[in-house]
Ligand binder design. Sequence first.
Ligand SMILES: [Zn+2]
Length: 216
Amino acid sequence: MRLLFLGAPGSGKGTQADIFKEKMKLVKLSTGDLLRSEIQKDSPLGKEAKGYMNQGKLVPDEIMIGILENIIAEFEKNGTGYILDGFPRTLPQAEALEKMLNRLHAPLDAALLIDVPEEELLHRLTSRWTCRNCSATPSFPGGKPDNAVCPVCGSHDLYQRDDDKRETILKRFDVYHENTRPLIDYYEKNGLLARISGEGDIDDISRQIEAVIKSL
Ligand SMILES: [Zn+2]
């Protein structure tokens, strides 16, 4: 099983990827982790990647694809299934990934999009507050009441981090849409896209994903 999960920040994509990784004995391939491990191993690709990072540059897609190819080729030998997490993020990356998987004769089985309306996402993401006393991050989905206290330590000193503020989140959405809309179209056109309604609770969403996977 070769899966890709797509979804906006706050869509619950990471949670679902973790659930299905356990359920189906898949490996979650996070490009950030892979990159770190290549650099630690001091492999040729790791060295190259490090060179870019030391100059404050983004690691080029070809290097990421090279790292993924080594690992996926190994997986294909042992029949290990995987979930791609955090890659591809852009259309050129998706195209490069498809080429690479075709070289391995191991195309993706599905790209699962956890689809949540933007208003709902905004609501979820802006409901998070941070406790100045103990750093807990309680959520107030109905809006924070004036007399709200930290559920962990009881402090009244709750504030909203910049990352959890509406303006910051709207900016993240812009970036997400700019990069991900073309990806969604791409996977729709090649017939791999499965839309999952991400509005229900975690179990609802898992059930929908399970149905899609069974139908593959
Ligand atoms: Zn606290």
